[in-house]
Design a protein around this ligand. Sequence first.
Ligand code: 6GU
Length: 247
Amino acid sequence: MTFDILTLFPGMFSGFFSESIVGNALARGLLGIGIHNIRDYATDRHRVTDDYPYGGGAGMVMKVEPLAACIEEIKSQRPAAKVILTTPRGRTLDHGLARELAAEEGLIIICGRYEGVDERVRELFVDMEVSIGDFVLSGGEPAAVVIVDAVARLLPGVLGCGESAADDSFANGLLEYPQYTRPPEFRGLAVPPVLLSGNHREIARWRRRESLRKTFMTRPELLESVCVTDDDARFIDELRTGGGDGE
Ligand code: 6GU
């Protein structure tokens, strides 16, 4: 899968994409990332990429011509890629949307400045507007990084066999259970004994219940759209009535 990012600040991406899981996937050729400086597509002498809004008002608006030239050049190489505009007014990114995007051949991600992008960019080129939450960023660059990371880790082969997207928070609709590694005790805090027991059935049950507990405590609304077993339902009842703190 390829990610093409259109930005006025190409320098923001180099560190993020050269390290960790995305950097590793890039090095192994499992994905491709192109960073495109929108300013390179401005044709006037000063390479202007934004201008005052018609009708007045604060802030500047990203001009349509440089974006059009940049998008069209990329699309000529990747006709199947989906064009995404990062904006707080878009559809909020969640695990389901990350999975939808991971099924695409390519994504062309336009990093919008928060003041705005000429509406004709949307009309002519944008397939989907995506937000990463109900807050305002000064530009879409951090959002593009978030989208690439969330999507890349769902692609085949990107996570090693030691890591698994199937266990992630949200993959099963629940938040992830607590994890521990050595030492078995630190400052009086012991690892739950069941994890040291070697009993895989009991470990799986404990993890499921801790996922349910964590979700119940911090994101109870998620429980409404998750498939629960009879055992889960009994445990959730215990949590509701103030029990559920162990056997
Ligand atoms: Cl995608 N862009 C900007 N500028 N602000 C945001 C956002 C995106 N998502 C949340 N806030």
